[in-house]
Design a protein around this ligand. Sequence first.
Ligand SMILES: *Cc1c(COP(=O)(O)O)cnc(C)c1O
Length: 403
Amino acid sequence: MIQTENAMTSALLETAEKSVLFTANRPNIVMERGKGMYLWDTDDNRYLDFVGGWAVASLGHSPEALQEALSRQAATLVHASPGYYNRPMLEFAELLTSLSGMDKVFFGSSGAEANESAIKLARKHGAVNLNGAFEIITLANSFHGRSLATMSATGKPHWKELFSPKVDGFKHVPINDLDAIFAAVTNQTCAIMIELVQGEGGVHSVDEAYLYGIRKICDMYGIMLIFDEVQTGLGRTGKLFAYEHYGIKPDVMTLGKGIGAGFPLSAMLAKSKYDLFEPGDQGGTYTGAPLAMAAGYAVLTELLERNVTDNAKTQGNYIMSKLEQLSGEFPITNIRGKGLLLAFDTPAGAAAELAAICLREGLLINALNPSTVRLVPPLIVSQQDSDAMLGILRKAWGQLSSS
Ligand SMILES: *Cc1c(COP(=O)(O)O)cnc(C)c1O
């Protein structure tokens, strides 16, 4: 299964080294096409994709519904100007607000942009309603994006000193510790911002009682509660939105990743009472652009029609139970997650090696850190795909030098 050395691929990889700014360690393969659960590289090696375009390809790769919507809209109107309404924008805004239980929406192109909007809206709320309160409480090990403000909101320990000085006004507290939230809240607090299942931070869920407590604190002091559902939203966790697992609603919710199924798109949704921006406060050249709106509308309609949310739940449970079985044979521990946002721990350092062996065997999995593997496949994954994944995983464990 080891990839063949092909002249075109070698030339492309030389270009990669020569011309692409280094930001990530990538394997020596070049992806070329995709369909459903699979990606193919330039050597025509096929990969079963349990990284799912980084929790993005909710409908699988290059889904027909998205292809059709994009070509139809491209032939009608690609871009109008952020200075005008356009028809797909209004149609998608109506659909998304009605499904999400939120009232108003601002569209962006990335999760970071949606979260940046939420941070600005929280500060506006502080300025208008809370005597200038500006502090936002977020969680240790959270991930909210890579803009400077969202990096400041993020609770990755090794990001603390990176790109200093950071944006001021963020307090990080440990997850599932309500006392720590109480201790952090002051009259300067304007918002609490959390992921319900921390995706990049290791797939850790907040507890129900904890979230209930946070909602109560926010209601008591008029603090805005923001759920970052960039990774958990749109069916990923086996509910359309992760907050449905808890029956607790946010004031503001951000969406990204799966919302465009691969087309760059994000959204910040808010309750009406937080419709606080004035002209000039927030915007963006591509906000609500027709092509992205048509993509979002088609993706959301297709997600609902194909009932991928229930499939995420069923397949998530199936994979979890099979991983539990595997843990009798291999050192797999702490199998966790919701729906198709899953992770397990390996002995220290084994995760990356396991992912590398799987890649050679035609399976993409994500080593979140040296001892954690995350599985975030497209939500259309079938039981047959899950069995194929588990088969390769089992084979890879057998080849692992440290096992
Ligand atoms: C991926 C992610 C983001 C950032 O989204 P980008 O599109 O990469 O900017 C923010 N929050 C969460 C929870 C994420 O998983």
